[in-house]
Ligand binder design. Structure first.
Ligand SMILES: Nc1ncnc2c1ncn2[C@@H]1O[C@H](COP(=O)(O)OP(=O)(O)OP(=O)(O)O)[C@@H](O)[C@H]1O
Length: 277
């Protein structure tokens, strides 16, 4: 009876239930058909039944190399990721500066392009760090000399991105962050196409965004009206961005983390963006 049971088992192919894994193979299937020196027989007990010492890691590597016909190299399997241009945009008061300032603290090796503007400095702002504060005439001569990648008249004041900074950072292989209003982002999309990453910042609600602008106390009533009316219109441009990040009240750190996650994801893309300027 037992004999019949065993022979029936050997005739049938045993199917393991899904929950039980089949026993692991000592070598990948492809290597199991390799020359006999790699087969099980080389690891059999000797005639005297003494275990032969198992090969060291180095011996195994050399053996694999010799069977594959070439040595293993320690050079990276994939090249380092391309440098990125990250465009951060969004309606007025959504928190672009706030996010960028935190990102600056959180992440090294990013070059934050300093925008040139003709608007007056706000309390706490630093010339050359937050913006290059220039006169209207100086700004217009920068335009005339084609020193700006793009520029726009935003709420009655000029803002533009100096080309020189971008070129310098590009030559150093740095990732670049640009902070622009929606109008600027539309222009940059035309210039940079999909070679740059476009991030749209939004507040969690319209009322939150308006409250933030009012609390900032940097605009008069009529300026606020223009900004809020424009912001309503601007959300329609979301479609032309790659990512959207919600900057909710009291959750600035979350928004920054999300922007960082976007950068990390972009660095892990199989098909990397290639910056063209
Ligand atoms: N997550 C947040 N929670 C609370 N307050 C915030 C948050 N993010 C930004 N703020 C505040 O909201 C106000 C507007 O932010 P910020 O100046 O960064 O906006 P902006 O998008 O750069 O505006 P603009 O385009 O008009 O310069 C600031 O006072 C800022 O400190």
């Amino acid at each position: 009876m037992f004999h019949r049971f065993c022979s029936s088992l050997s005739r049938s192919s045993i199917i393991f239930p899904k929950s039980i894994k089949s026993p692991p193979l000592p070598f990948p299937r492809s290597l199991r058909r390799f020359p006999p020196s790699l087969s099980f027989s080389s690891f059999k007990m000797s005639d005297t039944d003494k275990p032969i010492p198992s090969p060291t890691k180095q011996e195994t590597l050399r053996s694999l190399e010799s069977h594959l016909g070439s040595p293993f190299t320690s050079s990276p399997i994939i090249p380092p990721p391309n440098q990125l241009i990250i465009v951060i945009s969004g309606p007025s008061g959504v928190g672009k500066d706030a996010v960028i300032n935190k990102l600056r603290e959180a992440r090294e090796h990013l070059h934050f392009v300093v925008t040139a503007t003709s608007r007056p400095m706000r309390p706490g702002e630093v010339d050359g760090k937050d913006y290059f504060f220039v006169t209207r005439d100086d700004f217009l001569s920068m335009v005339e000399n084609e020193e700006l990648l793009e520029y726009a008249l935003v709420y009655g004041e000029y803002k533009g991105i100096p080309k020189r900074q971008i070129r310098e950072s590009m030559s150093k292989g740095e990732d670049i962050v640009l902070r622009v209003d929606i109008q600027g982002a539309q222009t940059l999309r035309k210039i940079l196409g999909s070679s740059a990453v476009f991030v749209f910042l939004v507040a969690e609600s319209e009322v939150a965004m308006v409250e933030r602008l009012v609390d900032r106390k940097t605009e008069r009533q009529e300026e606020l009206l223009v900004r809020v009316a424009t912001a309503r219109e601007e959300v329609r441009h979301l479609k032309s961005f790659d990512y959207v990040v919600v900057n909710a009240k009291g959750r600035l750190d979350d928004a920054v983390r999300r922007v960082e996650a976007i950068i990390d994801a972009e660095k892990s893309r199989v098909h990397q963006r290639v910056v063209r300027i």
